[in-house]
Design a protein around this ligand. Structure first.
Ligand SMILES: Cc1cc2nc3c(=O)[nH]c(=O)nc-3n(C[C@H](O)[C@H](O)[C@H](O)COP(=O)(O)OP(=O)(O)OC[C@H]3O[C@@H](n4cnc5c(N)ncnc54)[C@H](O)[C@@H]3O)c2cc1C
Length: 375
């Protein structure tokens, strides 16, 4: 089948690989460089930050995708030679800076209820696991099974794999509108005026998906949530697990760099960094890990998470438009949720029953008055 994927972020590229593996002819159209927007910016954590805030439908999706990750990455490394550095080095949730001991106790209980196994550590045990934490830190919750990847490498690997699988990736051309007739999508019109025909169109345009869906009369509520990050140059080995303090996380890389993120801002489509936010992150990072105070800032960046007011993504068919599939609105978890979303989209296009219940991710009534939850 001729399929057209709109958007070359992690979602579009992962879906394209899965569709090509099923034998479809696949084109991806990307307005900029593939994998250069939210998917490049992401911290690459494969554990949801505050899962108790999620609707139940999302927890199962996160677990299912996480379970696919190691095999997915192994396949990418084998075929592309690009290593996204998938590492399972755990996550620490410190007590005493952003969260009180009582809050960490409550979060621990809730995480365990949702099958994200976490245990409490006192300061002495914590010091043995991760030396050098700030003096305000009195203990932590420890999630030993918590993995991460380097998102830019993930994007590069999935892009290369897509091309190997025969996907035609068209870059630096925007789709202006979806086109269709008689209740079905028939392709997309590019900004150049050219129309690309397709039997199936997968809309995976991240924060920009809403406007494209509307061009065919479909209402979905995807809105940008800005996140800012800064990158510090540290010595290798200083930090092992990820530190996650709610408002601030520190994600170490093998080469010693430490990524400090991130903000959650309802700031429209303006993907810029601000001095105030970066200074705040820097201060929080130093309270958690004082050695960061003397580290050079290598760079900083911002990206737009495709948020939805109910925190649920849009995955699957659009009942009123035959041939249109959605893979968008993954908010804070788009890197984590890429393998399961791609599998579900390919199930749909192939006519296979979905491997899990996706009814919660179908288009639902849009309420423009409903606030976007940025927490
Ligand atoms: C600061 C920050 C930290 C994050 N950390 C994590 C994390 O640790 N773990 C995690 O799982 N997720 C994380 N995320 C979320 C994750 O980045 C997103 O959920 C994910 O990248 C969404 O992927 P996407 O492909 O839908 O969107 P994008 O990567 O934004 O891709 C959409 C693509 O569509 C293209 N496009 C848009 N309009 C058009 C058009 N008209 N024509 C053609 N192309 C178009 C865009 O150029 C873009 O490349 C983070 C996000 C941010 C901002």
């Amino acid at each position: 089948m001729q399929t057209l994927v709109i958007g070359g972020g992690i979602q579009g590229l992962a879906a394209a690989c899965a569709l090509a593996r099923d034998g479809h002819l696949v084109q991806v159209v990307e307005r900029e460089r593939p994998g250069s927007r939210a998917s490049w910016v992401a911290a690459g954590l494969l554990t949801p930050s505050s899962p108790w805030k999620y609707p139940p439908g999302l927890i199962g999706l996160c677990h299912a995708s996480e379970a696919m990750y190691a095999d997915w990455v192994a396949e990418l490394v084998e075929h592309t030679g690009i290593d996204p550095q998938h590492e399972n080095l755990g996550m620490l949730y410190p007590e005493g800076v952003g969260f009180s001991t009582e809050q960490v106790a409550e979060h621990t209980r809730r995480r365990n209820e949702l099958a994200f196994a976490v245990e409490r550590l006192d300061r002495a045990t914590l010091d043995a696991l991760q030396p050098g934490l700030g003096e305000e830190v009195v203990g932590a919750a420890w999630q030993p099974h918590s993995a991460r990847v380097r998102s830019p490498r993930m994007c590069a690997a999935v892009l290369r794999r897509a091309k190997q699988l025969g996907v035609d990736v068209i870059s630096e051309v925007a789709v202006d509108a979806l086109v269709g007739r008689g209740g079905r999508v028939t392709g997309a019109r590019l900004e150049t005026g050219q129309v690309l025909d397709a039997e199936v169109v997968v809309l995976a345009a991240g924060s920009w998906s809403g406007g494209l869906a509307r061009s065919l009369g479909v209402e979905i509520d995807v809105r940008p949530v800005r996140g800012q990050i800064l990158l510090l140059q540290g010595p290798p080995g200083l930090l092992g697990p990820t530190l996650n303090d709610g408002d601030c996380y520190l994600v170490p890389r093998r080469d010693g760099r430490i990524l400090v993120g991130s903000t959650m801002e309802d700031a429209g489509f303006d993907a810029i960094t601000t001095r105030e936010a970066l200074d705040r992150l820097r201060v929080l990072a130093a309270r958690l890990l004082p050695a960061t105070r003397d580290m050079e800032v290598e760079t900083d960046w911002a990206g737009l998470r495709p948020g939805t007011p109910d925190r649920l993504p849009y995955i699957g068919a659009v009942p009123e438009v035959e041939g249109l599939a959605l893979a968008t609105g993954h908010f804070r978890n788009g890197i984590l949720l890429a393998p399961i979303t791609a599998a579900l989209v390919s199930d749909l296009v192939a006519g296979r029953p979905p491997r899990l219940d996706i009814s919660a991710y179908a288009p639902r009534p849009v309420d423009p008055e409903r606030a976007l939850l940025t927490g």
